[in-house]
Design a protein. Structure first.
Length: 426
C-alpha cells in the first residue's frame, strides 16, 4: 500500500529542481512526484515535458535513465490535471502559484519538499510573509522542507529558529533531529565539496593542529549570471554580475566559510577565508584548498604522502563514495556527470611545504610576563606545513544533486524514527 512518504514535492524547476527530478526518477524512491513551476509555461503541458526531456549539459532524460536504448520516457500527458507519466512514475505539475503557502502539499500527500527556487531561504520569516516564505510549505502540509541552498537571514538580530538546521550528508546528518527540525538547508555545492575535503584532515590530524585555512573555488557559470552585458539594477553594488558569462572570468563571493562552520563546528575556531571565481563552463567546478598545519615536535613530518594517505584511506572506507580519491589527471569536463561524489580529490596535485615560522614571544597574547622573563630568547620557532589539495565537484547533477538526493531519502526514511542511524561529524 502506498504511503505518504512515497510522494515527493519539488518547488522550482530551474537547474537544481529539474535535475533533482531526474535524480529521483532514476532512483525510484518515490512512487509519485509533485513539481511546482508556479506559472504557465509555453503553450501547454507538452512544453513542460519537452523541457524535462532534454538538457544542454547532460543530454536526454532517456539517455540518463536507459543509456543507448530507444525508449520514450514521458507519456500520458493530461493537460487539465497537469499530470504526466515519466518512466512509470506519476508526475504532477502545479502551475498556479509561486507562494509556498498556496501549494496545498497536503492534498497530494507530500511529506517532504525540496525547495529548489533559491528564493525562500529565510527560516525566520512567517509563513504568511507577503513575498512568500519557506515556512509556507509547512502551512501547506509538508512535514519537512529541504532548501537546496544555504539559509539567508535578512534580519541579523532575529533569533535562530529551533526547528532549522544545516545538514550535509556524510558530514553531520546526526545534527538533524526528526522530532524538531522541520526546515533543513542542504548547504551549497561548494560547501558540500569543501566539507568532504576538510573533514578527513580534522578527523585525522585534529582541529587544534590546523592553524589557518583558505580556499578558492573555480566555479562553473550559474543561472544568476548574464548571457550578455546589461545595466545593473538600482542599488546593485557588484557590477561584475552583469557582465557576460560567455566572455569573462568573473570574481565573485561565496558564503562557504560561514556555512562550513555550521556543519563542522571545529572550523569556528580556525581562521578561514573563502573566495570564488566564475568561469565560462556549464558545469564542473574545482576547490583549491590550502591548510596550514602545526607540526608535532619529534613527530613525523606531514608530507604529501601523508596527506594522500589520509584521503586515500577515507575514500577506501567510504561505502557511499561521497569522497573519491584519484591519481588520474582530470580536467573539468571529466567531472561533469561524475557519479555520487561530493568531492573528488585530485591526488596527483597534492603538495606540501614545511618551514619554520618565527614568532616574537612578547607579541603573543596570553603569555604571562613572568614567563617571558624566564626566556633567554624571545624568538619562538614553530614548524608549520602548508598543504594544497585540489577537489573537483560536479556542481549540478553528478555531485550536488546526488548529495541533495541522498539527504532527501535519508530524511524521508526517518521521519518516524527518533534515533536514525547517522554518521557523526567533527
Amino acid at each position: 500500500m502506498e504511503t505518504q512518504r512515497q510522494v515527493l514535492g519539488i518547488n522550482g524547476l530551474g537547474r537544481i529542481g529539474k535535475l533533482t527530478l531526474w535524480h529521483h526518477l532514476a532512483h525510484r524512491t518515490f512512487n509519485r512526484i509533485v513539481v511546482n513551476v508556479g506559472r504557465e509555461v509555453g503553450q501547454s503541458l507538452k512544453d513542460v515535458a519537452d523541457y524535462i526531456r532534454r538538457d544542454s549539459t547532460y543530454g536526454s532524460l532517456r539517455g540518463y535513465l536507459h543509456g543507448f536504448r530507444d525508449h520514450e520516457v514521458i507519456t500520458d500527458l493530461r493537460e487539465a490535471e497537469g499530470m504526466m507519466n515519466i518512466d512509470g512514475i506519476e508526475v504532477t505539475v502545479l502551475r498556479h502559484s509561486r507562494n509556498p503557502m498556496e501549494l496545498d502539499w497536503r492534498r497530494y500527500g507530500v511529506d517532504v519538499v525540496v525547495d529548489a527556487t533559491g528564493k525562500f531561504l529565510d527560516p525566520t520569516l512567517d509563513a504568511d510573509h507577503a513575498k512568500g516564505a519557506i515556512r509556507g510549505h509547512l502551512e501547506a502540509g509538508a512535514r519537512v522542507v529541504i532548501a537546496s541552498a544555504p539559509f539567508k537571514v535578512k534580519d541579523k538580530a532575529a533569533p535562530w529558529p529551533a526547528d532549522s538546521v544545516t545538514v550535509i550528508k556524510g558530514i553531520n546528518e546526526c545534527d538533524w533531529d526528526p522530532s524538531r527540525h522541520r526546515l533543513v538547508s542542504a548547504a551549497s555545492c561548494t560547501t558540500t565539496c569543501l566539507a568532504h575535503m576538510m573533514k578527513p584532515l580534522l578527523d585525522t590530524l585534529g582541529a587544534k593542529r590546523v592553524l589557518t585555512a583558505s580556499m578558492a573555488t573555480v566555479h562553473a557559470a550559474t543561472g544568476s549570471q548574464e548571457v550578455l552585458d546589461r545595466l545593473a539594477d538600482k542599488g546593485a553594488r557588484d557590477l561584475r554580475k552583469n557582465r557576460s558569462t560567455f566572455n569573462n572570468i568573473i570574481l565573485t563571493t561565496t558564503g562557504a566559510a560561514t556555512t562550513l562552520a555550521l556543519v563542522l563546528p571545529a572550523m569556528k575556531h580556525i581562521g578561514f577565508m573563502a573566495e570564488s571565481v566564475r568561469v565560462p563552463t556549464t558545469s564542473g567546478s574545482l576547490i583549491i584548498l590550502a591548510v596550514n598545519i602545526q607540526e608535532e615536535v619529534g613527530g613525523r613530518t606531514i608530507n604529501k604522502d601523508v596527506v594522500k594517505g589520509i584521503y586515500r584511506e577515507v575514500s577506501r572506507k567510504d561505502p557511499n563514495r561521497y569522497l573519491v580519491y584519484t591519481e588520474e589527471q582530470n580536467v573539468s569536463s571529466d567531472i561533469v556527470s561524475y557519479p555520487r561524489a561530493g568531492a573528488i580529490i585530485e591526488g596527483h596535485e597534492i603538495h606540501t611545504r614545511t618551514a619554520e615560522i618565527t614568532l616574537d614571544a612578547s607579541r603573543i597574547a596570553g603569555i604571562k610576563k613572568e614567563y617571558l622573563e624566564d626566556l633567554k630568547d624571545l624568538t619562538l620557532r614553530v614548524p608549520v606545513t602548508q598543504t594544497v589539495v585540489y577537489g573537483w565537484y560536479d556542481n549540478e547533477l553528478g555531485g550536488y544533486v546526488h548529495m541533495l538526493g541522498e539527504l532527501t531519502r535519508y530524511i524521508s526514511a526517518n521521519l518516524e524514527n527518533q534515533s536514525p542511524e547517522c554518521r557523526t561529524g567533527v
